[in-house]
Design a protein around this ligand. Structure first.
Ligand SMILES: Nc1ncnc2c1ncn2[C@@H]1O[C@H](COP(=O)(O)OP(=O)(O)OP(=O)(O)O)[C@@H](O)[C@H]1O
Length: 484
């Protein structure tokens, strides 16, 4: 019989912070009655305007999951304004974290084969039960010397049968840009094969120590995924890879989803015959590392130090880290309209437009500002710049028409983009607040006007208010990027 974990906060002792994702803090903790170490994911519901649905769905999925290679939850409950999800503690942390600390050039092929085989087993179970994970990446693959390899983070996962069609497909734009399959970016119908693409990108990430799109901005990654040859595995100065490994990656990164193998088929590939018992391999890697808690501390210290030393460059790295952490979920734009625009306008203009959008959505605040923003009324503020109608994503146009009678059509031309940024610089006190959905954003509009300065406008799920002095700096930066 399954052990019944207590569902009251008083029965747990929160210990160190071991993860801070886009939506939650994760603590090592002690379950007092069992004297057992667990991990607890704490989601501040107020920060998300009490939107319990997404998180309770994730918790439910985690409680129902029953597979050795998927991170399940022991239980979940609401404590004050937080949702707590109690789960097994994975002492090695994520593969992404391990690479950052000790394997900047990626892991050995036999370690990768083991991690990927176990991840595939988890995916096979998910897919056979009608789920797509939608955020497969090294940051969501956790390891532990005793518990092995587990795929985690079901915050983006979807149940295929929920989409209401008999073909078992989805259309929502969810995931993290570098790992997103072309069909997800295009918002055409997609199914579990989207996870196989992300799995292929994850394999490259584990091989090189970073995703194949390391130094590109999110908007460029999306464009490249759609327009260029898929990335592939090549030998480097430091590392030679087997042809079997290269084959596996090539099969996963086929643009036509129907040509990609299923998890079940992939598991039969010769490459996975290399895979060892997880205990041995994971122990080989983890034994050489400091504890997860020490690693989290030293990584944080390192980040702070580098941030001080490298200013601008690090800002970019931090931004990509934020992008990595949070992915882009339920982001509100219509790819068909963008594509239609792209055929009318030249590509550079589409690029400028996408660049602006992504800057708006993924722009990193400096630390102090971010944490203040996180406390702010359940709303994550963005260091953002303007509310010009010219900047509106096509998908938000009609909604904004309701809000602003004199709304104008989207204009992607470069001079207009620059002009819009200029307008924003002229209003140095503008800021965006990122809201969980445009609907909520609209309902929050008046409230913001009362509590946080005047609402200047609405851009998708961003509300523009008049209380951010950072904006002109960022606007200048945006302008520079658009002009380059
Ligand atoms: N059970 C666990 N044991 C050990 N570390 C964990 C555990 N769960 C999560 N973590 C750590 O916390 C980090 C954030 O967790 P998680 O991905 O669940 O949060 P999130 O807010 O959904 O993140 P994301 O930014 O990916 O959306 C993970 O990358 C991992 O390093």
């Amino acid at each position: 019989m399954k052990k019944k974990y207590p569902n009251r906060a008083e029965e747990y002792q929160l210990l160190e912070l071991i993860g801070d994702g886009a939506t939650a803090l994760v603590h090592r903790a002690r379950c007092v009655p069992f004297d057992e170490i667990v991990a607890i994911k704490v989601v501040d519901l107020e920060k998300f305007n009490g939107d319990l649905t997404k998180f309770s769905q994730e918790a439910k999925t985690m409680i129902l999951i029953d597979h050795p290679n998927l991170l399940s939850a022991h239980c979940s409950f609401v404590a004050g304004q937080d949702l707590w999800v109690v789960m097994p503690f994975m002492a090695g942390g994520s593969c992404h974290h391990i690479m950052k600390c000790a394997y900047p050039l990626g892991f050995t092929e036999s370690f990768i084969a083991t991690v990927l085989r176990d991840t595939l087993r988890g995916l096979e179970y998910l897919h056979q039960n009608g789920h797509i994970h939608r955020d497969v990446k090294a940051g969501n693959i956790l390891v532990d010397p005793n518990l092995g390899v587990k795929l985690a983070d079901f915050g983006s996962s979807a149940f295929l049968f929920d989409s209401g069609d008999s073909h078992k497909t989805r259309k929502t734009f969810v995931g993290t840009p570098s790992w997103m399959a072309p069909e997800v970016i295009q918002q055409s119908e997609y199914d579990y094969k989207a996870d196989i693409w992300s799995f292929g990108i994850t394999a490259l990430e584990l091989a090189y120590g970073h995703s194949p799109f390391k130094s590109q901005s999110p908007y460029q990654i999306l464009i490249d995924t759609l327009t260029r040859e898929p990335p592939s595995l090549h030998n480097t100065k430091e590392k030679k890879f087997s042809r079997y490994f290269k084959q596996v990656i090539a099969m996963c990164l086929l643009k036509d989803p129907s040509a990609r193998p299923s998890a079940h088929q992939l598991l039969k590939h010769y490459f996975f015959k290399h895979a060892k018992s997880h205990n041995r391999i994971v122990t080989d890697v983890l034994d050489k590392l400091p504890s997860l808690v020490d690693r989290v501390h030293s990584l944080k210290d390192k980040e702070t130090e580098v941030v001080c030393q490298m200013g601008q460059l690090v800002e970019q790295e931090e931004r990509s880290k934020i992008e990595y952490q949070k992915g882009i979920s339920n982001w509100n734009f219509d790819i068909n309209e963008l594509k239609a625009q792209a055929s009318q306008e030249d590509n550079e203009e589409l690029s400028a437009f996408l660049r602006t959008l992504f800057e708006l959505d993924t722009l990193h605040e400096d630390g102090e500002h971010t944490s203040d923003a996180h406390k702010e009324n359940g709303v994550v503020s963005q260091n953002c710049t303007n509310d010009s109608p010219k900047y509106q994503a096509p998908a938000t146009k009609s909604r904004n028409d309701d809000l602003q009678q004199d709304n104008k059509v989207v204009d992607l031309s470069k001079d207009k983009v620059e002009l819009a940024i200029d307008e924003c610089i002229d209003q140095p006190s503008a800021s965006f607040s990122q809201l969980p959905s445009s609907d909520t954003a609209i309902s929050m509009k008046d409230q913001h006007a009362n509590t946080e300065g005047q609402v200047l406008g609405q851009k998708g799920r961003f509300t523009v208010t008049s209380d951010n002095s950072e904006s002109s700096k960022v606007a200048n930066k945006l302008k520079q990027q658009v002009m380059n």
